[in-house]
Design a protein around this ligand. Structure first.
Ligand code: AMP
Ligand code: ZN
Ligand code: ZN
Length: 400
């Protein structure tokens, strides 16, 4: 009996250490708006090295292909419809407030952030976690934060991009018992350049190439750590970027009278909150047959978008075709945008990963859904995932 128990313990330890990468470290970097083909068309020698020494893939964002919804999907493995950050801007009818990424009060209200972000999943299972800016990590969610975190609003500009690399290295250089096994880092580029100049402009190229040099420095500095062979590096993003033009524009005011709606949150998709129930049909009917947009009532959104059931959803959801704008005034300055159909080619995201847990020189043929990042991180950290919309199986081929 004692021998049997001993064997059982040995087996349990073996299974645990197989399932867990507890002695490995994972650094995941999100480059905002990293359209998948930037990494094929721009000059990115470091990301090419990552592909040769690690894995290369294309990742599909969740709908809507926006920053806050998708960063929080990467963190929780839940679609925006399920985690609650259904758009960068939405109306909370119950409370009578507008949630917005630009508003420091609502953005910081943890009650909007559902699910169990990886920094808490891991922390609750004894794994230290750190964020060098990540949507949601500077919000108090279930009374908690990552072990180490920073406030985006007050710290991000001051720290700059080089400073974020220093900070990641500082965190990885902490004494072993204080050292985080997961470090998540965020950079606003190439999203900013993509919006200002368009995805195919030389300024966006320059932003991507600068980031490649920055990440190369990060990897070189990681190589100087005594445990360098235990560090995984994942580089990906939240969504792609499509070219837009103020001429490709559908004017809301031409199709909908203002009295039909209380709110129109217009950051793609457009969420329209009717001013009275009878106007839901009026709005919906008025939008049918308008060129270059699609409109649905909540609850009737096509299944593949995985959207429309959240309690804060607009009564009518309007989605312009890729490259088209639906607004009350076109932005004259914007040359790039996103938020479009998450399955469109321009919305896909680049993905590279290198390190002890990843295959060498492997290119994944099918794109995978970004809800799978959460189960992947759980696997790399050796922690049990909370319920999520992803699947480790979908990304298991990336692993050794
Ligand atoms: P968008 O392109 O409209 O989807 O949003 C991108 C913007 O989100 C970036 O320019 C960032 O400045 C902003 N952003 C990213 N992370 C945060 C954060 N944690 N808090 C506030 N704003 C953020
Ligand atoms: Zn973004
Ligand atoms: Zn953007």
């Amino acid at each position: 009996m004692r021998r049997f128990s001993f064997l059982l313990v040995l087996m349990l330890v073996a299974v645990q250490s197989w399932a867990a990468g507890r002695d490995t470290y994972t650094v995941i970097i999100s480059l905002d708006g990293l359209r998948w083909d930037y990494l094929d068309t721009y000059d990115v020698p470091f990301m090419d090295i990552m592909a040769r020494q690690g894995v290369k893939a294309v990742m599909q964002p969740s709908f809507p292909s926006k920053t806050f919804p998708n960063h929080y999907t990467l963190a929780t493995g839940l679609t925006p419809d399920h985690h609650g950050i259904i758009a960068n801007i939405f109306w909370d009818r119950e409370k009578g407030v507008e949630y917005s990424l630009k508003d420091k009060v609502t953005r910081a209200d943890g009650s909007y952030y559902g699910g169990d972000p990886i920094w808490l999943t891991a922390k609750h299972q004894g794994v230290k976690t750190a964020t060098v800016f990540w949507v949601g990590s500077d919000v108090t969610i279930n009374d908690e934060h990552p072990t180490y975190w920073l406030d985006y609003q007050t710290e991000s500009e001051k720290m700059g991009f080089e400073g974020r690399i220093d900070e990641i290295i500082r965190l990885l250089s902490l004494p072993e018992e204080e050292r985080p096994h997961l470090v998540m880092g965020y950079f606003e580029e190439p999203d900013r350049s993509g919006h200002n100049y368009g995805p195919l402009n030389s300024m966006t190229r320059r932003a991507v190439e600068n980031l490649d040099r920055l990440l190369s420095k990060l990897w070189s500095r990681i190589q100087l750590l005594p445990f360098a062979d235990k560090v995984n590096l994942i580089v990906t993003g939240d969504h792609g970027m499509a070219s837009v033009d103020p001429k490709r524009f559908v004017d809301i005011d031409d199709v909908l009278p203002k009295r039909w709606y209380d709110r129109c949150c217009n950051d793609y998709p457009t969420l329209i909150y009717a001013s009275a129930p009878q106007y839901i049909d009026s709005i919906y009917n008025a939008l049918q047959g308008v060129d270059h947009i699609r409109a649905w009532k909540k609850g009737e959104v096509p299944d593949y978008l995985g959207y429309g059931t959240n309690k804060n959803m607009g009564d009518v959801i309007v989605l312009p075709d890729v490259g088209w704008l639906f607004a009350d005034k076109p932005s004259k300055k914007q040359r790039g945008s996103h938020g479009f159909d998450h399955t469109a080619a321009d919305m896909q995201v680049g993905f590279r990963a290198v390190g002890p847990d990843f295959k060498v020189g492997y290119e994944k043929q099918d794109r995978f859904r970004n809800v799978c990042i959460y189960p992947l991180l759980c696997h790399l950290l050796g922690v049990s995932p909370s319920p999520n919309d992803g699947s480790l199986d979908e990304v298991a081929d990336l692993l050794r």
